[in-house]
Ligand binder design. Structure first.
Ligand code: FAD
Length: 508
């Protein structure tokens, strides 16, 4: 229900309704059906069911309205939705908004394109749905059951590993990239179709997974589950080293467990506002430096004009994936971008579906000094501690970007004719993948904020979720991994709630 009468107390309060907050609600519903679960989301409900991907809204005007309603206090998307800003400046996508200030300190790179979404579903109502598995150094080596957790995350997000199998250019793209990159790679790190959180309806329509899919009917039908939109949490209530509830819209709601799933910027912000100020809070911030290019596929037959939606190249070439490896520490994605940041030559009408965008994302050289600092005395537009981003690309990052440039040019040459002469490097933050600010660690040694179950060190019952929990310099799209981490945290809470002995030993 979206009524504003909050319960006095619940078993689990989840703050944030993106894919990771939704994953907690889903797993808790499945494993602890009698637990009373409340999700508090700062933004509005856009869709019915709540949290649906806006791409599934067929009507253009309705979709644009939903995007604008996700853009906070200064919505920017208008009827030109889909256009990118100048890639050299602050790239901003429909459905997201940027920091007004504090994104760059003099003399540093900063994260000018750091973006967020404020709506039921979070960025998960606007994402591309690419769900690759992490490999090599992207993996979290102290989690022995990571693969099983990733299986669960694929179930929750409804990931299809071979979407667009029948698309006319899928094989062409894969074969050309494979010839270039596969030699010497382990089987799981070879060129392959990008797993996507997408399915086809019986009538053939493409349905993109948003958090509505993660919640699922089982959660929506759970009489002990409630979703409260337009309910920004200002503080987690903490007493004697235990999380005991949340303060929302002037009301205290007591809870036995609190999960903060507010994205990589606002999760550490809410912890800071609640007096949780571990040394690693906000640190090891990492975005994926990203370079992009475009090509026209060489030597392919033009698709027949009546094959599906000709403007949707995913329907023509699918999405290709060149996985990260330690030797090649970047993640390659080959697809039509929602709207290309590359100015295409306008007087040159390409064959439908033959223009392909390439994006290479790099793993960051992790630094404790890359961090979000919060100001005790100054507040942001929402009355929360004002963030300032400290962020630098190191010499190693510049070297990795230079190597990614070489790799993207190799991929481009293998596939077709270059469009433009040089790959672009997007402004930092444009990846939309921000990790590390409440990172997980195997032990409390000052370099992590939570343990392997996502429970914050030193605060019983307080859990964190999101890409911010990922401790590795991941280069691939992170949502599958952060949903996997949410699965293990939710199972841990469910075990406490359903095992009397565990409850007794933790005093709960
Ligand atoms: P979010 O989805 O960001 O949700 C956080 C929620 O918390 C928001 O709804 C916010 O309003 C709410 N919140 C914040 N503060 C408070 C508060 N104090 N009280 C209450 N609520 C609060 N990732 C991929 O893996 N693959 C992709 O292909 C991909 N493509 C993308 C394309 C686009 C255009 C965008 C925008 C993102 C893309 N991403 C992709 C990133 C992906 O969307 C995020 O990784 C994912 O949504 C993160 O989930 P989350 O639950 O941690 O946070």
């Amino acid at each position: 229900g979206d009524d504003m009468t909050y319960p006095d107390d619940v078993d689990v309060a989840i703050v944030g309704s993106g894919p990771t907050g939704a994953a907690y609600a889903r797993i808790l519903t499945e494993r602890a059906p009698s637990a009373r679960i409340a999700v508090f989301e700062a933004g509005p409900v856009l869709t019915d069911p709540p949290g649906m991907h806006v791409k599934n809204i067929a009507d253009d005007a309705e979709r644009i309205a939903a995007q604008r309603r996700s853009e906070g206090l200064r919505p920017h998307t208008d009827s030109t939705a889909g256009e990118y800003a100048d890639p050299a400046r602050r790239v901003v996508r429909p459905g997201t908004f940027l920091l007004e200030s504090g994104y760059q300190v003099d003399g540093e790179d900063g994260l000018p394109a750091l973006a967020m979404s404020t709506n039921v579903g979070g960025m998960g109502a606007h994402w591309t749905g690419a769900c690759p598995r992490p490999g090599d150094a992207e993996r979290i080596d102290f989690l022995p059951d990571l693969d099983e957790l990733l299986d669960e995350a694929e179930r929750l997000l409804s990931v299809d590993k071979h979407p667009f199998a029948g698309a006319p250019y899928t094989d062409v793209v894969r074969d050309r990239l494979a010839a270039e990159f596969d030699p010497g790679r382990a089987a799981d790190r070879r060129v392959q179709p990008m797993p996507l959180a997408v399915h086809r309806r019986d009538d053939g329509a493409l349905i993109w997974s948003g958090p509505d899919v993660v919640f699922g009917d089982v959660t929506r039908d759970n009489p002990n589950f409630s979703l409260y939109a337009e309910s920004p949490v200002k503080r987690v209530l903490i007493e004697d080293g235990k999380a005991v509830g949340v303060h929302v819209n002037g009301v205290d709601v007591r809870a036995r467990y609190v999960v903060v799933a507010c994205d990589a910027l606002r999760t550490p912000q809410l912890l800071f506002a609640s007096g949780v100020r571990l040394p690693a809070l906000g640190r090891y911030l990492n975005d994926q430096p990203q370079t992009v290019f475009a090509i026209r596929l060489r030597d392919v037959r033009e698709p027949a004009a009546d094959t599906g939606d000709a403007t949707e190249i995913v329907g023509q070439s699918g999405v290709g994936w060149v996985p990260y490896t330690d030797e090649h520490p970047f993640h390659g994605q080959v697809m039509q971008l929602d709207a290309s940041p590359i100015p295409l030559v306008s007087d040159d009408e390409p064959a439908l579906g033959t223009i392909v965008g390439l994006g290479w994302f790099c793993g960051k050289d992790l630094q404790a000094s890359d961090r979000i600092e919060f100001d005790e005395d100054t507040t942001d537009d929402y009355g929360m501690p004002k963030p300032t981003i400290h962020y630098r690309l190191t010499p190693r990052d510049h070297e990795t970007l230079a190597r990614a440039r070489t790799a993207i040019l190799r991929a481009a040459t293998a596939l077709g004719e270059h469009i433009g002469t040089d790959p672009f490097v997007l402004s930092p933050g444009a990846s939309l993948h921000y990790q590390g600010t409440t990172r997980m660690g195997p032990v409390d040694d000052g370099t992590s904020v939570c343990g392997p179950n996502s429970e914050v060190w030193g605060v019983d019952g307080l859990y964190v979720a999101g890409n911010n929990v990922i401790p590795t310099p991941i280069a691939c799209n992170p949502t599958l991994t952060s949903v996997a981490l949410a699965v293990t945290g939710a199972r841990n809470i469910a075990a406490h709630l359903t095992t009397p002995t565990a409850a007794a030993t933790t005093g709960r």
